[in-house]
Design a protein around this ligand. Structure first.
Ligand code: ADP
Ligand code: MG
Length: 734
């Protein structure tokens, strides 16, 4: 047999150049975790650690107190008995080891992996088991799913050195069945990553300027990587983590600072008259007094429209805070100056609603407002398009149809985007390209937690409507169940008797929209004929045609309909001050932001309003989530948290912060859509203070070196080019 003289030569970036990684592992790493290079492998950080320096005798587990949250006791014991009973609940095969040391016996229990475990352990084997000591029903100490290390060699003389890393903190890596099949369980990862760190540490390049490291007392990147995997102490690990979090947040803010810088370099084309006759008349003709916040924000917009570069502003305001009026004031300034205004909404219903609102608020003014939606009939649409082209249409209210290629504006000056979170960065870019770099006002009713606002919208100026119109009372919210149905029906009857109106919202699950729609129709018929045969009910859903929808909304606005049964199409922006009760069926199925939006449909007038959340947690038992979702118990738990948050507060900011905690930023604002890079270590909901420091530094740096040309900043440019190419592709660095 020919002997291999020299090992095959691999590129150092090739995973196979790491000792212990061959073709099978390379393939598994790639498909399972997207780990394709050595750098990826080195960045495959542990999800947790195990402080194995704490070896405990079985008898002492009863009185065991952890020294820190990472501290898990380790027991070195011998396998005494193996069992594989079936779980009484799930009927799956479990695996139970009874193990002993010289102080006593205990059990180690696994609920899956029986086959593999049964092969891994023989009676008489010695192993180290680390886990959380819990008691079974009879008070017997056990570990559930402990991490373990089997000892090679002699039972009496275990090989402590190579296998059992006493005195060390051990990283835990997430794995999958496929990875485990090629030996890359947590322990397998530990070995190959240790190997990679020994031979490939040079690949870990510094990405932060020396001055920044020194200023914030951050450690160098290479040692941080090493300590992320194999910290010598808790503090060592914490310092490594801090360094890497800072890096992520710093780059995020660098991107924001560069975007902002670029926007500031734009010169405006439009010239506005900001105190013309139109806006003056509009403001004096309003049927109510502006709030102080509204007046302040209108002033900010006026300033923007007079500035040298185009407006790029985010207007945040809780539902009902009166954003539309503020936007219309800016619109009137544009119209006074001879420009067109595009007013965009995320759904047709909302666009139609805005169209009506705009027309009624501008009632006395001589302004041409046109509605442009996808569902319009061809002839009408042609007519609208012609008005947009010729410039006759001064305000164009629409859905994303306004973004389509063939929609040409004569003289677009201002773009108002309502409910921004439904629009992606790219769409925003498309809109900007419609005019001569128009002024952009983005409005959102979802109050954005500060940390998120500084990232997702960090390149925009921000205004907040932090004040509700004076006559508002906070909505009273309660959680109820089906057992309360009769009482609720009686309550609705009383409210209707007092001349008020009611919403009943039914949930829709997207995947089976048709079935749900049928269910909604059936429920509507039941309510109409059995529960409230004497009242006037109507049904609103997304499948209705344009005029049908209009009809339903008009009847409700006019007060003819007493109870509007609806799917979630009413979620955003519908404005009927006389509606005082919102009943949400299956409220547990809604997200927090959505519930807050729904609740925002009531409490818009001077009367006390109510929001009744119908909870049916049992729904989760019948509809366990897909394979990516957590278990039923966790789903129920987070649903409960959502509903309780709704009862506790009506403050949109509190709701949003809580939502961010429950859902995590990734889901809160799909990162892909928002155009921000994915954060792997830092967390926007926890690392606010670090974010602020990173932000200040990044902004100062861009101020002093706007194009990152200085030699001290070469590593920044380099990293940007490597990591953030796609985002740079959006024209961020320019
Ligand atoms: P949102 O911020 O949710 O978009 P809207 O602009 O739809 O709020 O305003 C909600 C309701 O409050 C509308 O009926 C609007 O006419 C009314 N409104 C706005 N500003 C005031 C105010 N200063 N005083 C009283 N009512 C107001
Ligand atoms: Mg609105």
């Amino acid at each position: 047999m020919a002997k291999l003289v020299s090992p095959p030569a691999f590129d150092v970036h090739d995973l196979r150049s790491v000792r212990g990684i061959g073709p099978a592992r390379t393939a598994a790493l790639q498909t399972e975790k997207g780990v394709a290079t050595v750098e990826d492998l080195l960045s495959y950080f542990p999800y947790g650690y195990l402080d194995r320096s704490h070896v405990v005798r079985i008898a002492d587990l009863k009185s065991y107190r952890p020294r820190s949250h990472a501290d898990t006791p380790t027991v070195v014991a011998q396998v005494y008995r193996k069992e594989a009973p079936r779980s009484r609940r799930s009927q799956k095969v479990m695996f139970i080891l009874t193990v002993r040391d010289d102080s006593g016996f205990m059990k180690c229990v696994w609920f899956h992996g029986y086959k593999w475990l049964n092969e891994a352990f023989d009676v008489g084997d010695v192993a180290a088991f680390s886990g959380e000591p819990v008691r079974d029903k009879r008070g017997f100490i056990q570990f559930v799913h402990p991490v373990f290390d089997r000892f090679r060699g002699d039972e009496d003389e275990p090989d402590w050195g190579s296998l059992f890393n006493t005195g060390k903190i051990i990283p835990k890596y997430s794995s999958t069945d496929a990875l485990e099949r090629v030996g890359l369980d947590s322990r397998g990862f530990r070995t190959v990553i240790r190997n990679a760190l020994r031979t490939h540490a040079d690949l870990i390049e510094e990405t932060l300027p020396a001055a920044v490291l020194a200023k914030f007392g951050l450690r160098d990147r290479r040692s941080a990587f090493s300590a992320m995997h194999f910290p010598e102490s808790e503090e060592d690990g914490a310092a490594a983590r801090e360094r890497l979090k800072f890096e992520e947040l710093f780059y995020l803010q660098l991107m924001v600072a560069l975007r902002r810088r670029r926007a500031a370099e734009d010169r405006r084309v439009q010239r506005y008259v900001v105190d013309g006759p139109g806006v003056g008349r509009f403001l004096t003709d309003l049927p109510f007094e502006l709030t102080t916040a509204q007046t302040r924000v209108i002033g900010e917009l006026r300033g923007d429209l007079r500035a040298l570069h185009p407006m790029n502003r985010l207007l945040q305001g809780d539902v009902g805070s009166g954003k539309t009026v503020v936007a219309l004031a800016a619109a009137m300034m544009a119209i006074d100056s001879g420009y067109q205004v595009a007013f965009m909404a995320p759904t047709e219903i909302l666009a139609e609603q805005h169209y009506r609102t705009v027309r009624s608020l501008l009632g006395a003014q001589d302004v041409t407002v046109r509605l442009l939606t996808g569902g319009q009939r061809k002839k009408l649409r042609e007519d609208v398009l012609e008005d947009v082209r010729s410039g006759r249409a001064q305000i164009v209210v629409g859905t994303h149809a306004v973004l389509e290629e063939h929609v040409a504006f004569a003289n677009l000056g201002l773009v108002v985007i309502d409910e921004q979170h439904r629009f992606g960065v790219l769409q925003r870019a498309a809109l900007r390209s419609k005019g001569h770099n128009p002024d952009v006002l983005v409005m959102t009713a979802t109050p954005i937690p500060r940390t998120l606002a500084m990232t997702v919208y960090g390149d925009l100026d921000a205004s907040v409507l932090d004040e509700m119109p004076a006559n508002r009372k906070p909505v009273r919210t309660a959680i109820r169940t089906d057992a309360d149905k009769e009482k609720i029906a009686a309550f609705l009857r009383t409210e209707v008797g007092r001349g008020r109106q009611v919403y009943i919202v039914l949930p829709l699950i997207e995947e089976s929209e048709k079935v749900d729609l049928k269910a909604a129709t059936v429920e509507f018929e039941r309510l109409r004929t059995e529960v409230f045969p004497d009242l006037r009910l109507d049904l609103l859903h997304g499948r209705l045609k344009g005029e049908e929808k209009d009809g339903v909304m008009d009847r409700f606005k006019a007060g003819e309909t007493q109870i509007l049964v609806s799917t979630t199409v009413i979620e955003v922006g519908i404005d009927v001050p006389n509606a005082t009760v919102m009943v949400v069926e299956n409220a547990e199925r809604f997200g927090l932001a959505q519930l807050h939006q729904l609740r925002g449909r009531v409490g818009r007038g001077a009367d006390q309003s109510y929001c009744i959340l119908m909870a049916n947690y049992g729904w989760f038992d019948a509809h366990p989530g897909g394979k990516d979702t957590v278990g039923v118990a966790e789903e129920k738990d987070s649903a409960r948290r959502r509903l309780e948050t709704m009862v506790r507060t009506t403050d949109g900011f509190v709701v949003a912060e809580e939502d961010l905690k429950i859902r995590g930023p990734g889901e809160f604002y799909g990162t892909q859509q928002s155009g921000i890079p994915e954060l792997r270590i830092a967390r926007l909901d926890e690392d606010g203070a670090l974010l602020l420091r990173a932000r200040a530094e990044a902004f100062a740096l861009v101020e002093s070196d706007p194009h990152l040309r200085s030699s001290d900043h070469r590593c920044l440019r380099h990293t940007f080019d490597r990591r953030y190419k796609e985002l740079v592709g959006l024209g961020l660095i320019g």
